[in-house]
Design a protein. Structure first.
Length: 434
């Protein structure tokens, strides 16, 4: 919709992680350096953690995109709500190995044979585990045991573990000592700062031929950073909706008020997904709930996020301000959509953590769907192989039938020839038979 209005070649803020839009922020560059360092070592575990939507998946996909010309066979597991045996089957399936109906011993033997064969071919095998914080202890132990496979002193399998922040806490448990000893590098992705948030937004816009239409004011960038907390996925959610809002309002410039309006709408949508308490406010660990978008509108630029706390049980909603709109000289277009009026209502504002939780659930569903699609792909390939075998067998049977018919015809012709020769011999021996 808004792409044609703003003359963009594609949607710049799609939620699906696309390596083409990878933004090398300070934290993401450092994380990528750790991943590449791990590749050069060819052993042990590399651990990358970060909040929901911090950019772990796009980091790995960008790494994979750069491995196309290298002798590296990489597979990624994105569904980790599995027990140890199921995880082994998923690892085997990710590398295209047989796994259905096999015992654990057979799975391990197949994996070892695969790893040895690839190593002898001069290739390296890399396994990436996403959402590692969901792995049960036994599943993690199985991964550690897989890292024991070696050939002539060379480790056959290297693993990258990607997880949310709590995975760092899991690694500190006493029973994770053996795994910790095999971790050669670990890094935690931090949110983008205000300057990086602006760079991130403009980077993605430039990739779709943005020519500052719409233009963003400095206050708009600040508002996006404050509301998103510098989390890339939240930035995408806000900016995608912001461009849609600008299209509907026919705006050529987007400012702080537009960002707050969009953020308000997003909060309302999330509020309908879960039941809200009638009274009381939901607070964060520091004792303050995150500020609402309306509060952000009123904050001075030097105010830090989280400094504002409204009176318990109330939430201020931003409404129309016709006089303010009339005085906005920087707007290029006139608003055409009637804005929804909001009132002061009881009930706590949905927290940013809850918004992230919903986004995480959507992402988890998407990753599960990707795993199912990969499994279906493996099954489709098995079906194609079976169909090819049946086709070849059918062709061979047809050729055999034709060969048998030809043989029978030759045998009949031979018998007739033998009968004629026998008759000729008898006639020569007994002239009376002529």
């Amino acid at each position: 919709m808004y792409e044609s209005f703003y003359k963009l070649s594609a949607k710049p803020f799609a939620l699906n992680p696309d390596p083409r839009f990878f933004f090398g922020s300070r934290t993401h560059k450092r994380a990528m350096s750790y991943l590449r360092y791990g590749l050069t070592q060819g052993e042990g575990f590399i651990v990358i953690t970060g909040d929901v939507g911090a950019g772990k998946t796009i980091l790995v996909r960008t790494l994979f995109a750069g491995l196309a010309k290298e002798n590296i066979i990489a597979a990624q597991l994105v569904t980790t709500h599995l027990d140890a045996d199921e995880m082994l089957k998923l690892v085997a399936a990710s590398f295209g190995l047989a796994h259905e109906g096999l015992s654990k011993a057979s799975l391990l033997k197949n994996l070892e044979t695969f790893l040895i064969t690839r190593t002898r071919e001069g290739k390296r095998v890399l396994l990436v585990i996403d959402e590692a914080q969901n792995l049960p202890r036994r599943a993690i132990e199985e991964l550690r045991m897989l890292s024991n496979y070696e050939l002539a002193g060379k480790i056959l399998l290297q693993s990258f573990l990607l997880g949310q922040a709590e995975f760092r806490d899991h690694l500190q448990d006493p029973d994770m000592e053996q795994l910790r000893q095999r971790v050669i590098a670990a890094y935690h992705l931090t949110p983008l700062d205000a300057e990086e948030t602006r760079g991130y937004i403009e980077h993605r816009l430039r990739l779709v031929n943005w020519e500052r239409n719409p233009d963003f004011t400095a206050e708009a960038y600040d508002a996006v950073h404050q509301y998103s907390r510098g989390i890339p996925r939240r930035i995408n959610q806000i900016c995608d909706r912001l461009l849609l809002y600008g299209y509907l309002e026919e705006l050529r410039e987007l400012d702080r008020k537009d960002v707050v309006t969009v953020a308000d709408e997003l909060e309302e949508e999330v509020a309908h997904l879960e039941p809200r308490p009638a009274t009381g406010s939901r607070k964060n660990q520091a004792g303050l709930r995150p500020p609402s978008p309306a509060e952000l509108l009123e904050q001075p630029k030097n105010r830090r996020v989280g400094d504002v706390a409204l009176e318990s049980g109330f939430e201020i909603r931003a409404g129309d301000d016709d006089s303010a709109e009339a005085g906005e000289g920087k707007r290029k277009g006139k608003g055409t959509r009637k804005r929804k009026e909001h009132e002061v209502t009881t009930g706590a504002a949905p927290s940013v953590e809850e918004i992230g939780l919903v986004a995480g659930r959507v992402d988890d569903f998407a990753t599960r769907l990707e795993a199912v699609e990969r499994k279906l792909g493996v099954l489709d390939e098995a079906v194609r192989v079976q169909q090819d075998r049946l086709r070849i067998r059918s062709e061979l049977e047809e050729q055999l039938t034709a060969l048998e018919e030809r043989t029978n015809a030759l045998e009949s012709a031979l018998r007739r020839q033998q009968d004629r020769l026998r008759s000729a011999l008898l006639t020569e021996e007994d002239p009376s038979l002529r």
